[in-house]
Design a protein around this ligand. Structure first.
Ligand code: SF4
Ligand code: SF4
Ligand code: F3S
Length: 361
């Protein structure tokens, strides 16, 4: 098998039928809200596309992003990631080690200069000259700057490389920053999530290989087709939110009836991700379907946003605009009155606790 054969050849070698591939393209087109006919265009282009070289750099991370990508049965949409690219360097997945590993990276960089894709998981520590994370004796900063120079585009995989993530949480002892704080002259796409949804990465790759460019991005550099709506927009518990029916504990009648988890700290209203539609584990479920609120893992500073179990309307710090929108949204669902708005405004100015229950009074 040639490392850089076409995707069509690769699929044939793996025994993946044309029918299964067309189904995959239809699913990707639908998830990315592409116009009718796009599935065929994707299929026709991808099948002839030579798989690009990809270099994957892991910095301050927990390997959860890689785990997320590899923990899938075949043949799934997630698994297609490894058919679409030729992964020439990945510290965890490659067979080579030591000098051999670094040589494969250098060889790929030389051979495919200007054309390879760079995928990064983990944040980059800047404090004290970047000494807090090194690979083969070199700082993450040094390696990132070197590899980014020859990259056609960069995919920041996960919240750590997209926004800093957990390493960047206060007090951020290593001075962790995301890729976009360092690299300014390359197209960067943030596929956030802790970890991100594997099929979102597949979708981004399929789009890039088909159209030769990154898909439309939101103001945080994430693909709009997957991050354009909030978890709350598409949550199946939304009707309960709109009716003001909230579980108060994880084992009360409301929880058993599948009511909204807003009062148990769900951050779905201010979190943009595709979990409620694509779900996880081959479409099996997602956190809210498992009975736990969304933690907001695909948003910047999610680790510092207050307790995971405090409702959004509890102003541990001054309410921000997004939180205000949540309160307003809940209020509409619960037929809020002017008095409720006053309550919210007072809470905002005085940092009091204001819950949906308060707003319903
Ligand atoms: Fe781990 Fe989350 Fe960072 Fe991925 S985004 S490396 S899962 S901490
Ligand atoms: Fe779903 Fe959370 Fe919104 Fe309730 S608050 S509808 S559980 S996303
Ligand atoms: Fe993360 Fe919320 Fe999805 S915690 S996995 S964005 S439901």
């Amino acid at each position: 098998m040639n490392e850089h054969d076409t995707l069509g050849e690769r699929l044939a070698q793996q025994g993946i039928s044309r029918r299964a591939f067309l189904k995959f393209c239809a699913a990707i087109a639908s998830m990315m809200a592409l116009p009718p006919g796009a599935a065929t265009a994707i299929a026709e282009t991808l099948v002839k596309t030579t798989r690009p070289s990809a270099i994957w750099l892991s910095f301050q991370e927990c390997t959860g992003c890689t785990e997320s990508l590899t923990r899938s049965d075949t043949p799934t949409l997630e698994n297609m990631i490894f058919n679409m690219i030729s992964l020439d360097y990945h510290e965890t997945l490659q067979a080579a080690s030591g000098y051999g590993a670094e040589k494969s990276r250098e060889d790929a960089m030389k051979k495919f200069y200007g054309k390879y894709l760079l995928l990064v998981d983990g944040s980059i520590p800047l404090r004290d000259g970047g000494v807090y994370s090194t690979v083969a004796g070199r700082t993450n900063l040094d390696v990132l700057q070197e590899v980014a120079k020859g990259a056609a585009a960069i995919i920041a995989v996960g919240t750590c490389s997209s926004f800093g993530g957990i390493p960047e949480a206060k007090p951020n002892p290593t001075g962790a920053v995301p890729v976009s704080d360092i690299i300014k002259d390359k197209p960067i796409i943030n596929v956030s999530g802790c970890p991100p949804i594997p099929v979102v990465i597949t979708g981004v790759l399929a789009h890039y290989l088909t159209f030769g460019k990154l898909p439309a991005l939101d103001d945080l550099g994430r693909p709009k087709s997957f991050y354009g709506e909030s978890i709350h927009d598409r949550c199946y518990r939304r009707p309960f939110y709109d009716q003001g029916k909230f579980a108060k504990t994880f084992d009360d009648e409301g929880a058993r009836n599948g009511w909204c988890l807003f009062e148990l700290g769900c951050k779905g209203p201010i979190t943009h991700n595709a979990c409620a539609t694509t779900k996880w584990n081959g479409g099996t479920s997602f956190p809210i379907e498992s009975g736990h609120g969304c933690l907001g893992c695909s948003e910047p500073h999610f680790w510092d946003g207050g307790s995971f179990y405090a409702p959004l309307s509890t102003p541990t710090s001054p309410l921000n605009l997004a939180t205000e929108a949540v309160v307003a949204g809940a209020a509409v669902g619960a037929a809020v009155t002017i008095a409720n708005r006053m309550k919210k405004n007072t809470a905002k100015s005085e940092h009091q606790t204001a819950t949906v229950a308060d707003l319903e009074k």
